[in-house]
Design a protein around this ligand. Structure first.
Ligand SMILES: *[C@@H]1O[C@H](CO)[C@@H](O)[C@H](O)[C@H]1NC(C)=O
Ligand SMILES: *[C@@H]1O[C@H](CO)[C@@H](O)[C@H](O)[C@H]1NC(C)=O
Ligand SMILES: *[C@@H]1O[C@H](CO)[C@@H](O)[C@H](O)[C@H]1NC(C)=O
Ligand SMILES: *[C@@H]1O[C@H](CO)[C@@H](O)[C@H](O)[C@H]1NC(C)=O
Length: 285
């Protein structure tokens, strides 16, 4: 009984460091109105074990959660882990002010990135600057961006607009990804502005990022599906090994056929010939 105190102390001393190792510093889960920050997302400044560095968000001085994507800055409005969707709004468009987005962003950038995915037919709002008035786009003129000799319009489409899609009087100056309710296709500048304020969804795909890092490429079999297939081009060593295996196979098959249909009959023929001669030689004796 007298010895139990030092032993207890020893046990406690042994366990303290283990306890500390089992409880790493906690990760932040909330910033402002976003309370569910978790894997793969992490907040800048959190310990390294939190989330994935490719999916880093930060919390600004006004407690707004921000994603820096392709040098654009986006407020995070919502994160849905069930659907793997993050809803973003360009910081310049969130308040509904007239003007350009902080950074132009279209499907091409998302598709080329690998960390996120958006279906091919994605609504875009495209800012076009035209050297003359285009009457068909009159209702979507962006008043604050008009110059002395130019007009800026915001054209809303269900797909990404290319230079070849617009008249030769106009140039694309910026585009924004968007999502609208099925029955509310916006057409006037004010309607488009309100739609852009609500932001757009991007689906994250950590496995797709990993697939690309591994030299493969992602294929999303159906547009609505979040499942994808990682396709891989065989590398040179694999192709070489397959070619050698194929040649070896052909050689072995060839050898078997050669033995079976050429060598074996020849041997039998030679044997019979030999028999024949040797028996003929024997007859006169
Ligand atoms: C941001 O959130 C923290 C923690 O909830 C709070 O202490 C701080 O006052 C907030 N800052 C602003 C500018 O709202
Ligand atoms: C976030 O998205 C989820 C799922 O779509 C939805 O249920 C929830 O109401 C949204 N929250 C906000 C604040 O918009
Ligand atoms: C537009 O017109 C105003 C008034 O004529 C002039 O002061 C200004 O310099 C012009 N701006 C440009 C960009 O040409
Ligand atoms: C937007 O651009 C598309 C493609 O060029 C065109 O078909 C459509 O009419 C434009 N929208 C408006 C409102 O002019």
């Amino acid at each position: 009984m007298r010895n139990s105190a030092p032993i207890a102390l020893l046990i406690i001393l042994l366990f303290i460091p283990i306890q500390a190792r089992n409880h790493p510093p906690p990760c932040s889960t909330s910033c402002g109105v976003i309370h569910n920050i978790g894997y793969p997302f992490r907040l800048k400044g959190d310990p390294p074990h939190c989330g994935d560095p490719d999916y880093e968000l930060y919390c600004d001085n006004h407690n707004r959660t921000i994603l820096n994507f392709h040098a654009g800055l986006y407020y995070v409005n919502n994160i849905s882990y069930a659907q793997r969707l993050i809803r973003l709004v360009d910081i310049n468009l969130a308040a509904g002010n007239c003007g350009l987005p902080y950074r132009s962003l279209g499907l091409a950038e998302v598709a080329g990135d690998g960390r996120y995915y958006r279906q091919y037919f994605s609504p875009h709002a495209t800012f076009v600057r035209c050297s003359k008035e285009i009457n068909s786009m009159g209702s979507s003129m962006v008043p604050c961006l008009n110059g002395n000799t130019s007009r800026v319009y915001l054209n809303y489409t269900n797909y990404m607009l290319y230079v070849s899609d617009i008249t030769s009087y106009c140039d694309i100056i910026a585009m924004v990804l968007s999502d609208h309710k099925v029955d509310q296709f916006p057409s006037s500048y004010e309607e488009i502005q309100r739609t852009l304020q609500l932001g757009f969804d991007m689906r994250w795909a950590v496995e797709c990022r990993d697939c690309r890092a591994d030299g493969g490429y992602c294929q999303f079999p159906t547009q609505e599906s979040s499942r994808f297939h990682c396709s891989k081009e065989d590398d040179y060593a694999t192709q070489l090994r397959n070619a050698i295996l194929f040649l070896a196979y052909v050689f072995v098959i060839g050898l078997i056929l050669f033995c079976r249909y050429i060598l074996a009959p020849l041997v039998i023929f030679a044997f019979l010939l030999y028999k024949c001669f040797s028996s003929r030689n024997r007859i006169p004796r």
